[in-house]
Write a protein that binds this ligand. Structure first.
Ligand SMILES: [Fe+2]
Length: 609
């Protein structure tokens, strides 16, 4: 028998570096570098992620048949160069600063990758949006589908649309830099005082507290949106082409003041701005989706690119858009490009067929990162003097379900780590969604983050339509849907007079901890065949409470990457007010643990002070 073909895909040097490995087309491993280095969004060469992928496959770099990189550095360099020279002399200063870095890290990518990997073969480069498109279509459960990718920017493209059939895909239309939906959203992220490239989620979460007051202003001055979803951005209001910030004085004048200083109190205006850019983003998504629907006549749509993490927009697309089915790559951001380029090599370069199982994607629940043996976990627990018990599966699940029903907060570390930004029941912190205190408690005492941030529910797949206005798979928590109407608690006349964050503490449904201010929820459906332990835990919680839903938030504190190892999880457990910790078959209660001696100023490290 011929030896299997191993393909390594890499994304790096922009943000969120990652590696992914295929064996004969099957996804064996994929992980982001940040999880290993503990540096959020680590853009460096993903040495740890590559080492993990090789280890998982049981091979060395010399055994790799192909290595692919998720974008084309020369094209990107060309864009950078033209942008800076086009805006000289103002941009020249930044070019001088960025130039040597680009030349070092990107133009000589080949040599760097060879040196870093110890791999001598050819390195293949895909275009950035082709990588996104491949990561959206190839692992999808569809034989054929329309494809839409949207992000900040790759080389030149900022959005693309096309079609995937069988084992290939074709992108037929592109929107080009500097007209970018991702960057428009990021500009408002910056302007409302959040961090670009990670704060976009907060803007989306803040949007329902605001009114769409600035929508018309955005259309009148910032973007010229066409019927097909393409648009021109008026660069007079932005500074990302040449400066060090996203917006400029003209932008400030248009919206009546300077950007919010990060960490200062949120004003109604910030919420109105968030709502307005969210509305515009949804409209662009909708128009682009209609265009690709018209061009392909297909019923399935695959999405990827950073904008595809906008789960509110995705939910609306599913409810109101022209497609019957959506599939969204869980690692929709640039990390997913590592997987995309590997799959492009397998299907396009190697000409290998795609085997599609209808209704089932090829992502293995996104549980593609490192897992740890019971022995490894126990050795760590012993080394730190932790007090723990080992339980058989059934008593463990029953005990944890009982803890949750008693309003305890539990760190849940089970199996292989997720690939992509969402925790999906492998590296999660869980709570009782029925508790009116849970949202504030988890936000402030566990995550050290803004109280308005909503939590997401994990619900048994077959119960989803009993609790939410949704009746399809949403395994990757990338669709927002309303809580079922009969479970909503209508606002009183008095509550209706409240504004913005004052609305936060009013219970909105019988699962208030996961019900956003506008009655929406970011739903994860859990199936037994994909996540048996997590499924049976929720099932146990349902038996005790009648509620097949738990709160699922990522296992980390604000500013920290999601935990990867037992050490990361145990450290996070000890630093926060998490009551119980499950590490594989081991259960720890906080009250039984010895005093925790902190060795680092972690609050400062994660900028929590
Ligand atoms: Fe991208």
């Amino acid at each position: 028998m011929a030896s299997p073909t191993h393909i390594l895909g890499i994304s790096a040097f922009y943000h969120d570096s990652a590696a992914a490995l295929l064996r004969d087309g099957e996804i064996v491993a994929a992980a982001s570098e940040e999880r290993f280095t503990r540096k959020k969004g680590d853009p460096g060469f993903p040495a740890h992620a590559v080492a993990f992928c090789l280890r998982e496959a049981g091979i060395g770099a010399a055994d790799l048949d192909h290595v692919g990189f998720y974008d084309k550095p020369i094209l990107k360099f060309e864009r950078i160069l033209e942008t800076y020279l086009g805006t000289a002399p103002k941009g020249f200063r930044q070019f001088l600063m960025a130039g040597p870095l680009w030349i070092k890290e990107k133009l000589f990518m080949d040599r760097q990758l060879h040196d870093a990997l110890g791999y001598e073969g050819d390195i293949l480069y895909a275009e950035h949006h082709e990588s996104h498109a491949a990561s959206a279509f190839f692992p999808s459960p569809f034989e054929e589908a329309a494809i839409l990718t949207m992000d900040g920017v790759g080389e030149w493209a900022t959005a693309s649309l096309g079609v995937g059939r069988g084992n290939d895909l074709e992108l037929s239309k592109e929107l080009l830099w500097p007209d970018s939906l991702g960057l428009l959203y990021s500009a408002f992220t910056y302007y409302t005082g959040f961090k670009v490239n990670s704060g976009e989620y907060k803007v989306m979460g803040l949007a329902p507290y605001g009114e769409p007051k600035y929508v018309q202003l955005i259309y009148d001055h910032l973007i010229d949106l066409k019927a097909d979803g393409s648009f021109r951005v008026n660069q007079e209001y932005f500074d990302y082409l040449s400066g060090f910030t996203m917006t400029n004085g003209r932008f400030d004048a248009l919206f009546g003041g300077p950007p919010r200083v990060p960490e200062t109190k949120l004003a109604q205006r910030d919420m109105d701005l968030a709502r307005s850019v969210q509305d515009v983003c949804e409209e662009v998504m909708m128009r682009m989706a209609r265009t690709v629907h018209k061009a392909t006549g297909l019923e399935n749509l695959c999405l990827a690119g950073g904008v595809a993490l906008n789960c509110v927009g995705n939910g609306k697309l599913l409810r109101e858009g022209p497609f019957k089915r959506l599939w969204i790559q869980p690692a929709a951001g640039d990390a997913g490009g590592a997987l995309g380029v590997a799959q492009l090599i397998w299907h396009r370069q190697c000409g290998q067929p795609r085997r599609v199982t209808p209704g089932k994607d090829a992502m293995k629940g996104a549980y593609l990162g490192p897992g740890f043996t019971d022995d490894e976990i126990e050795a760590y627990l012993k080394s730190v003097g932790a007090v723990y018990r080992r339980l058989e599966r059934s008593p463990l699940l029953e005990t944890v379900a009982k803890l949750l029903a008693d309003e305890k907060i539990v760190g849940w570390f089970n199996g292989r780590m997720e690939f992509g930004p969402r925790a999906l029941g492998s590296r999660s912190i869980l709570g009782d969604p029925r508790s009116p205190r849970m949202q504030a408690q988890m936000n402030i005492k566990i995550k050290f983050r803004e109280g308005f941030r909503p939590f997401a529910p994990s619900v048994l797949r077959e119960r989803v339509s009993d609790w939410f206005e949704l009746d399809c798979d949403s395994p990757y928590m990338l669709l927002v849907a309303p809580v079922k109407q009969e479970r909503q608690i209508p606002m009183t006349a008095e509550q209706r007079t409240l504004w913005g964050l004052d609305l936060l503490n009013q219970p909105r449904s019988d699962i208030p901890a996961v019900t956003h201010i506008d009655y929406s929820a970011r739903v994860q459906t859990v199936s037994r065949d994909v996540s048996p332990d997590y499924y049976d835990l929720i099932r146990g919680f349902e038996k005790l409470t009648g509620c097949p839903v738990v709160v699922n938030t990522s296992f980390n504190v604000r500013g920290e990457p999601i935990v990867c190892s037992p050490k990361d999880a145990h450290t996070c457990f000890m630093r926060t007010h998490i009551d119980g910790l499950v590490l594989g078959p081991f259960l720890l209660h906080k009250v039984e643990q010895p005093a925790w001696e902190e060795t680092r100023n972690w609050k400062q490290e994660f900028q929590l002070d």
